[in-house]
Each structure stands twice: as structure tokens, then as C-alpha cells.
Design a protein around this ligand. Sequence first.
Ligand code: KG4
Ligand code: ZN
Length: 394
Amino acid sequence: MRILGIETSCDETAIAVLDIAGPRMRPRVRILANVIASQAELHAKFGGVVPHLAKREHQRNLVSVLLMALKEAGELKPKKRNQNQGLTAKNRILQAILDREPDLFARMVPEVTSRPAPKVDAIAVTVGPGLAPALWVGVNFARALAFLWGKPLIAVNHLEGHIYINLIPTAWRSGAFLPMPSFDFPALALIVSGGHTELVLMPAHDRYRIIGETLDDAAGEAFDKVAKMMGFGFPGGPIISRLAQSGDAEAFRFPRPMIGTANFDFSFSGLKTAVLYTIRGLKRLPPRTKRDIAASFERAVVDVLVAKAVRAASEHRVHTVLIGGGVAANRKLRDELGRALKKTMPGVHYLLPDVRLTGDNAIMIALAAYFHRHGRITWRGLEANANLRLRRSR
Ligand code: KG4
Ligand code: ZN
């Protein structure tokens, strides 16, 4: 089965093509294409992602990202010479689908409608959560392709993608068939990104129950804000974690909010404020102090995430623990969670995503779509939902 995935929920325009074969629940996967156009540099100037600029950039980038992905997958067919009458009628429907994305429509006509459909069985697209204007571009582009090529659509939750990317082995390379590990259910996913911090219990594929989440800031957001307080750019997570490596994590004693509460919820705004007051109370902020603040802050965040994840894993007797989302790139978090699980639940299966794939990409969207048990729809029935949540299991 070949799935083309599309991701535009935030500031990456991404398209991937996967070839998935073998036993239904334990297949092998081949990454045929993985193209990402990042807008990070543009948004960095504004200190965060600007939704209408993200929409504009997705419109500008999607067609070239698609062409690159099809080329990588060996599926870029030459343009047909004779454009017939039927195409004009088709173009009118395409124009209606892309009514809100005229710039995308204009780029699509000369490059996409003039080529035969590629060999793919379905188109998977992120429908939420994310920035509404950004999501809609991807959703309407997917609808346009599904209409044009006569393919079914699969609607994917962005967070499912961050979970399923754990099934791509770290030694992956494009073009080779890779054996996938399996999720031994029940599984627990710790999702940590710029917009989300959630503990999700999975009793089976495609079934989710949120057992805890942040009551205020997301973990990645806290990293970004602390970086900003010290005058660093956006996104701040990678900067803070790099500084933390050479800092003293004992130098400042920051709070570990909600670490002892009986539930699995999180809160990071108090920690963020504590860092702010510390910085304000210092006369100077030399590089050495910045490194110590970064290390002490990172230690506090990791302590809370690890404590809650380990307790959730043991209380719910899970067989697999995995992490996903941008913050899953954090070395300290990866190592400390592994160490804590080894101590308290030595038999548990601990999966980690490849650090090249912890950020937003479309491999994760195509892969999550494969494990959906149902839900193929036509181009007419698809909508974006900026506040989409992982379904609760029955
Ligand atoms: O999943 P993602 O790429 O986008 C969202 O869906 O939000 O996550 C981005 C977040 C940002 O807040 C970024 O600062 C954070 O992930 N991040 C990190 C690291 N790398 C990225 N946070 C801590 N340590 C890192 N190494
Ligand atoms: Zn993400």
C-alpha cells in the first residue's frame, strides 16, 4: 500500500510517500520520499509562528514540495501534451475546492493538473490540531489532489503522527524496506511539543485515552519562553538544551510544579515565572549563568515529565512507553526517562523516535494513516479542526 502524506499544521510544509507491505499489523515500511520546506527562519523574526504568514508560505511551497516528493519517489510523470476539454471542467471544480487558496490554485494548474496521477493508494493529511489557516491549506490541497487523481483521503490527527513515528527504526534510510517494531499494548505515549503536553493511553492501534495534560503552557512553549527571557531566538528548545549540556543543573533550585499530585496533569507556567523572577533578581546575566539557568530549568521540566510518565506507566501496567513531539529530541528527557523506566519497570518496551523525525514531517502522517481501522473519505467530506483532540476510547 502506498500512502502520500501531507502536513501543514504549523510552520513546516511537508510531503512524504510511504510504501507499506507485509502482515497487516506488523508490516515493513519503505520511505520513498520525505520532503520538508521549513518556514522557521521567517517566523523566527517574529519570535513565534505567525498564522497568516504560515498560510501564505504553505500556498507558495506545496506544489514544489509535491513535485520534489513525487520525483524522489520516482512517480513524477511527464506533462501530457494535449489538454482536452475535460480539464477545463475539472479546473472549475479545483478552483472551487481552492477558493480560499487562490495562490495555490494558480500554481497547481500548470504543474499538477497536466500530469497523470502517481501510483498511490491513498492521501493522508493532517486535519488538526494546529493553526487553522495553516491546516486548511493542507486539507484543501489534499482534497484537490484526491479529486484530481480519484484517490481516497485519510484524516490524521497531528499528535497520532508524533506517536506513530516511533515505529520508524532509527537506522532508517530512504528507499530500503525497514522492519517496524510493534507497539505492545497497552502503550503509554508522552507527547511533548510546542503546543501540547499529554499523557495518552493506547489500548490498541487507533484508540486513545488522554489521562493527563498541561493545565497551562506546553513543555516546548516553556522552553521557548525561557530562551526568549535570556535573549535567544525562536524556537528556543534546541538552544536551551544545547546550553544546558555545559551548565550546572544544581545551580538554581526551580520548582517542579505538580510533581507530587495524584493525577497525571502538568503545569509549567509557575516554573516559567520562577525563572523570570530569578533572571530579574540577577544584576548581570553572563554566559555561565545562562548555561546554569538553562540546565536547572531543563532538569526541572524533565523531572516532572519523567515522574508523571513513570507513575502513569506503572499504574496502568503498560507494556510500551514512547515519547513524541518536538521536545522528544531532548537528550536529557530521552535518557532520564529510559533510566527511570529501567529501574522501576525493567520489562517495559521503551521506544524513542529518531531525532531526525521528532519535528513535524509527513512520514508520521502517512504512517499513522496506515493504522487507522476505518475512515477513508472522499474529497467532499474533509474539514480541518484546529482544536481536534485524540479520541477517547470507549
Ligand atoms: O512538534 P513540534 O515540532 O511542533 C509542534 O507541534 O509544536 O515541536 C516544537 C517544539 C518547540 O517548542 C521547540 O522549542 C521544542 O519542540 N524543541 C525542544 C527541542 N527541540 C525542539 N525542546 C527541548 N529540547 C529540544 N532539544
Ligand atoms: Zn508537531
